[in-house]
Design a protein around this ligand. Structure first.
Ligand SMILES: [Zn+2]
Ligand SMILES: [Zn+2]
Length: 267
């Protein structure tokens, strides 16, 4: 398996040395690692999520690929945060470098970061989650240059509800639309295991298998495993659990991307 979503010291919110990430990935038996450092233009309250020189980053990643080629496949990716007013500059940045992988994500909803819990005030769980899914659909339809959608369940991470699980049955219309649009475009999404971390004193959210079953039923094939690790501890986190879930839901392969092309590996 390949971990398709890892941050390193290039991202403002990570101090992980890329070599340390590679060593950990090798130690836990992964076949590869895709670095997806952040590009978020106009991130509220921070101007430091758009400060990576991706040309230098790519040179670093190319050297890393070479250094680890006997042990591990290393891929050069980017996680680009989509908001309606940053589409053009994001597109330009993505095109400026030959990435292996472009992950499109939504971190900000109508100018609000759900990390600041205000987002949830006055919204039912269904409303809060539905609005997030609408932003993902918007990103998918308006930002063309990506391979996978990141963390569709990001919205559960900071929610204060007793049951934080994102359920297919509560959002059938929009999830079906997202799946159909992804399939028709030859794109997919990731299971972001970072949204399911066990934390002391907090009930771990569940992943609703009905989401995966429905995507598969509609013909979805492209699905990636992604830890969203910002430190070595979380690399490959819960991959065995989610591998079994994927098999149960009818998937036979996981996908990673090389030079922007999907590569399927048998589960
Ligand atoms: Zn993200
Ligand atoms: Zn991330």
């Amino acid at each position: 398996m390949i971990d398709c979503h890892v941050h390193s010291k290039f991202s403002t919110d990570s101090e992980m040395i890329p070599e340390a990430a590679c060593d950990k990935a090798f130690d836990v038996g992964l076949k590869g690692l895709t670095f997806t450092d952040h590009l978020d233009f106009d991130f509220p309250g921070a101007d430091s999520f758009d400060n990576i020189d991706f040309v230098k980053y790519s040179i670093y990643m190319d050297n890393l690929k070479d250094k680890y080629k006997q042990k591990l496949s290393v891929f050069n990716g980017i996680e680009v945060g989509i908001q309606p007013h940053v589409l053009e500059e994001s597109l330009k940045a993505v095109k400026s470098v030959d990435f292996d992988y472009v992950l499109a994500s939504v971190h900000i909803i109508d100018g609000i970061d759900p990390y600041c819990r205000d987002y949830y005030n006055g919204k039912s769980k269904k409303e809060a989650y539905e609005l997030y899914l609408q932003k993902i659909l918007y990103a998918m339809l308006n930002f063309e240059d990506y391979d996978n959608i990141a963390h569709m369940e990001y919205i559960i991470r900071y929610a204060g509800y007793n049951d934080r699980t994102l359920r297919y049955s509560n959002h059938t219309g929009i999830l079906d639309q997202i799946f159909r649009e992804l399939i028709v475009r030859g794109k997919g999404f990731e299971i972001n295991t970072g949204s399911f971390r066990d934390k002391h004193g907090i009930v771990t959210a569940q992943y609703d298998a009905a989401i995966l079953k429905r995507y598969r039923e509609l013909g979805g094939e492209i699905i990636s495993l992604a830890s969203d690790a910002h430190n070595p501890y979380y690399i490959g986190y819960k991959f065995h659990f989610f591998r079994d879930m994927l098999l149960d839901c009818g998937f036979t392969h996981v996908t990673h991307f090389e030079k922007r092309k999907p590569v399927f590996t048998s589960l």
